[in-house]
Write a protein that binds this ligand. Structure first.
Ligand code: MLT
Length: 410
């Protein structure tokens, strides 16, 4: 009999979103009438159609594949040059940030890259995560054997949890102890918080002092609406020496189904071998991608490239305005219902305190059975999320207005 990876047996319950889907299905099977009224504000999945610029670019790309002269087979594992260039130029160099085309690695998702990055990092690292936390950061470290067992609260031994609370505005303070790898996510999933320039400067200073690596997840960058909030970790001097940035087309271009994202690995970023020699991470990630990945499809990469065209930019902005309009409706409704609310200003997520004495999962059950609305229980993101729940603004306006009406009666 083959040996399995014992680390998987340390994982608590199922992955959060499939677990929610399982509970929602059980409820719908038992309550078919309520199921017809169900509105999903749980998983952050986009609802609006792909922008026209993307559809046109994809149609054209499909036609190219239909002709022998323009057919393409395997593409570059790191992404086509046209897309790497469009990303580096528009998302970085146009904002005065130094990122070379070949520091961009195109992939099928930030979730995947956040997990895959562990392939090039050693097992000896002390890992720090924010709490509440996007569960992928934790679970992938559990799978890789970087943690001990979970305790009764669900916290894994060996991980350094950085509490994000009302007191710190849901932005983790820099810890006094050293961590080798720190996951940061801004705009934050799940709390919707953003870090100021001063807060990110403190993180970069911490990383440079301890020679730590920051894994900076900026998948929701397009939702930042307030001036002065950094959109990229590379806006902070020194970040090219200590940070990898993850970005996605899922939430700005509506690519959750079509799949396209990218990771920036600066060539100036170093880590150390077990024997203490320093070594660049860029060639390791390049090697990992060339070996384990065959690239995102040509059609999808042409679609992603079109997001940077002038029509594409206008259409992305329309999508963001739509979802942020939803967030404003939900925010007002939750506040009017007497709830304490954070987020929803620079992020498509609202982080809401449950009414006194009600746990996150009790709130989930109540919202499901009484309002027929699916939310995400805060405790699913870590023990510091207990007593909160997350409402996603990814929906049609009509559905969001209906959720607002139901919250008023709740
Ligand atoms: C979420 O709801 O937190 C997101 O859908 C997660 C993801 O993008 O993987």
């Amino acid at each position: 009999m083959a040996y399995l990876n014992d680390n998987y047996l340390k994982l608590r319950a199922g992955y959060l979103f499939p677990e929610i889907a399982r509970r929602v299905k059980a409820f719908c099977d038992a309550n078919p009438d309520a199921a017809k009224r169900l509105i999903r504000c749980g998983i952050g999945d986009v609802t609006e159609p792909l922008p026209e610029a993307v559809r046109n670019a994809m149609h054209k790309a499909v036609d190219e594949l239909g002709s022998r002269d323009t057919f393409r087979g395997y593409g570059p594992e790191q992404g086509y040059e046209f897309l790497r260039h469009a990303i580096a130029e528009n998302d970085y160099r146009a904002h005065g940030l130094e990122v070379a085309d070949d520091e961009i690695f195109v992939s099928d998702g930030s979730k995947c890259d956040c997990g895959n990055i562990l392939d090039i990092l050693g097992g000896e690292n002390r890992i720090a995560v924010m709490d509440p936390v996007y569960p992928v950061y934790v679970d992938t470290n559990v799978m890789a054997g970087h943690t001990g067992e979970a305790d009764a609260s669900g916290a894994y031994g060996g991980l350094l949890y950085l509490p994000c609370t009302e007191a710190n505005g849901f932005v983790a303070d820099v810890p006094s102890e050293r961590a080798d790898v720190v996951y940061l996510c801004f705009p934050n999933n799940p709390t919707g918080s953003v870090a100021t320039r001063a807060q990110l400067e403190a993180w970069v200073a911490y990383a440079l002092k301890h020679q730590s690596l920051l894994l900076y997840d900026a998948a929701y960058e397009a939702y930042i609406s307030e001036p002065g909030i950094p959109h990229s970790i590379y806006e902070i001097p020194g970040a090219r020496e200590c940070a990898i940035e993850f970005r996605s087309f899922s939430k700005n271009g509506g690519f959750t189904g079509t799949r396209c994202a990218f990771t920036v690995v600066p060539k100036t970023l170093m880590a150390r071998t077990k024997s203490g020699e320093s070594h660049a991470l860029h060639p390791l990630w390049n090697r990992r991608m060339s070996t384990k990945f065959n690239g995102v499809s040509y059609v999808v990469q042409r679609g992603a490239e079109s997001l940077y065209s002038s029509e594409g930019k206008v259409q992305v902005q329309a999508l963001i305005s739509h979802y942020m309009g939803n967030a404003a409706v939900l925010r007002k409704a939750a506040i009017d219902a007497g709830l304490a609310v954070w987020g929803g200003v620079n992020a498509p997520y609202l982080w809401v305190r449950t009414p006194k004495g009600i746990s996150s999962w009790q709130m989930f059950d109540r919202m499901l059975s009484e309002a027929n609305v699916v939310i995400t229980p805060g405790s699913g993101f870590g023990s510091a999320g207990e007593g909160y729940f997350r409402i996603s603004a990814f929906n049609s306006r009509a559905a969001v207005e209906e959720v607002a009406a139901r919250l008023a009666k709740f």
